[in-house]
Design a protein. Structure first.
Length: 171
């Protein structure tokens, strides 16, 4: 024991705490809860999501654009690469995403994909698992006749679920 005047080595260089980037992405998603469209598939923040995928915002559906934006921003902040298909189509994404991302047992921070029939799909990020249900954060979804980013509660075993992915494999 010293007298309190000793030099203390930088603990940051000694301790590397594991960071689950999927949970960091979920934190970022929570920040956007309540964002609403100002017109069909329009709004300054929504257009930022859309441009994150392919550089343009042309009024396209944006549930996947929100998730792509979250992944890209998390990747930039934590300087960790992300290798996801560049598309706003849920079905194209699901068919092209690498198998290493697909998981059978979803956890908070993982993405969920649904087939909504007629070639349409939808997706969200899982916030919480409660028994046989999941709480999700979804973009381009309806709440009280308003389109925006909202939380939803859905079954984990819904027949329309295409599957789940884990974006970052840092742990």
């Amino acid at each position: 024991m010293g007298n309190g005047t000793e030099q203390v080595e930088d603990l940051g260089s000694l301790v590397k705490l594991p960071v689950d980037l999927n949970l960091r992405m979920l934190d970022l998603a929570s920040f956007f809860l309540g964002v609403k469209e100002s017109g069909q598939n329009q709004g300054s923040i929504i257009e930022t999501f859309q441009r994150a995928v392919d550089g343009v915002a042309q009024g396209e559906s944006w549930c996947l654009a929100l998730l792509q934006y979250l992944a890209l921003e998390t990747s930039k902040v934590h300087q960790y690469p992300v290798d996801l298909p560049k598309t706003e189509s849920v079905h194209n994404f699901w068919n092209k995403v690498k198998d290493k991302h697909k998981v059978l047992t979803p956890k908070p921070g993982h993405w969920v994909f649904w087939d909504m029939d007629n070639g349409k799909g939808h997706c969200g990020i899982i916030r919480q698992i409660i028994s046989v249900n999941m709480i999700t954060i979804e973009g381009n979804t309806m709440l009280d006749k308003i389109e925006g980013v909202f939380m939803k509660s859905k079954s984990l075993s819904g027949k329309k679920i295409l599957g789940f992915i884990k974006v970052f494999h840092t742990n």
